[in-house]
Design a protein around this ligand. Structure first.
Ligand code: F6P
Length: 359
């Protein structure tokens, strides 16, 4: 009997179910022994507190296009791993105990950066763990792509498309805040796909004077409206120069609910234009996976299942240079992958006339 466990951890995304379907279908298709599948509920919480379901092939059929996660998810911060819960539960010990109790041969963990750190910790504690790179943010180190990313780009792009018509009717400037945590992958890709005039990402600190210049130039060129795509982690040059602690205090002291409102206020004051804010928010993680995500999720699931059948553990499935591969968890866990500011896409966006607010 081959016993496997599955969990989905951290913020959800559109292709989690597609990935689990591929893992289970492949394992059941290729395993020489019968397979028992345990699905842990709400991420690591299910493994800690022994909340799981025994699952069958049928549970994973028909879920390729279903967004969210059939297992539920939650955040279990890595930095709190060794701090016992209020009920006295030692999280690492509890996870080891439940893994042993179910006699698991492998735990498949679908998660982003923080979750991968925990997976690495469990691997170091002797558990057979295989991680799969989930996140809309595409910030997982060691893989060119994460599942969830392309669907999120699509949602954000459609949002920009819709904003554009009303922005055009009213001749307004719109500041649209796009998710991505500390990196700018979604704003960059959606900004290009959605025809933004200015894209502000954390990797390229901006100066408000340059943003204003870009909006005024567009108006002079005959553009009736302007779209500024702002990463939720966008940062000005002045803020970037601050000591980390001071910057954090500044962010905490913001009176507006998000960075987009701050930027919109400054643009309105400097240009005298009517400025509005749009925030697609969690819709970027919602709905069905797009075709590319379904394909990549399937590839990740199949590769993870095959790694398990070959007895390769302590790894994360990755795509590097277009090829599927496995990378050691300890080499990638917890490191962020930032946008390469010298990449072709950034260069081409600049050549097209998109401003990143840095010059
Ligand atoms: O990591 C995915 C993500 O959607 C980020 O883009 C965003 O910063 C964060 O999660 C939002 O988290 P929450 O769902 O806890 O509000």
């Amino acid at each position: 009997m081959l016993r496997i466990g599955l969990l989905t951890s951290g913020g959800d995304c559109q292709a989690l179910n597609a990935t689990m379907r591929a893992i289970v279908k492949t394992i059941m298709n290729k395993s020489k022994e019968p397979v028992k599948v345990y699905g842990f509920e709400d991420g690591y919480q299910g493994l800690i507190y022994g909340r799981y379901r025994t699952m069958a092939w049928a549970d994973f059929s028909g879920i390729l296009t279903q967004g969210g996660t059939i297992l539920g998810t939650s955040r279990t911060p890595f930095k709190r791993l060794d701090i016992p819960e209020a009920d006295g539960v030692d999280k690492v010990a509890a996870m080891k105990k439940n893994y042993a109790k179910l006699q698991l041969d492998c735990l498949f963990m679908l998660g982003g950066n923080g979750s991968t750190k925990t997976a690495n910790r469990l691997a170091q504690e002797g558990l057979n763990v295989i991680a799969l790179p989930k996140t809309i943010d595409n910030d997982t180190y060691g893989t060119d792509l994460t599942f969830g990313f392309t669907s999120a780009i699509d949602v954000a792009t459609r949002y920009l498309d819709e904003i554009k018509t009303t922005a055009s009717s009213h001749g307004r400037v719109f500041v649209v805040e796009i998710m991505g945590h500390k990196v700018g992958w979604i704003p960059l890709y959606a900004g290009v796909a959605g025809g933004a005039d200015v894209i502000l990402i954390p990797e390229i600190p901006y100066e408000m004077g340059n943003v204003v210049k870009a909006i005024e130039k567009r108006e002079k060129d005959g553009g009736r409206f302007a779209i500024v795509a702002v990463a939720e982690g966008a940062i000005s040059k002045e803020e970037a120069a601050l000591p980390k602690k001071e910057y954090k205090a500044r962010v905490a002291a913001r009176t507006s609910p998000s960075v987009a409102y701050d930027i919109a206020d400054q643009i309105a004051a400097a240009t005298g234009r009517e400025v509005r804010v749009g925030i697609p928010g969690h819709t970027q993680r919602g709905g069905i996976p797009d075709a590319q995500d379904r394909i990549f999720a399937t590839q990740c699931g199949v590769e993870a299942a095959m790694a398990c059948l070959k007895g390769t553990f302590g790894v994360m499935v990755a795509q590097v240079g277009g090829a599927m591969t496995l990378v050691p968890l300890q080499e990638v866990a917890g490191k962020l992958k930032y946008v390469d500011t010298n990449s072709d896409l950034v260069r081409e966006a600049r050549q097209l006339g998109i401003s990143f607010g840095d010059k």
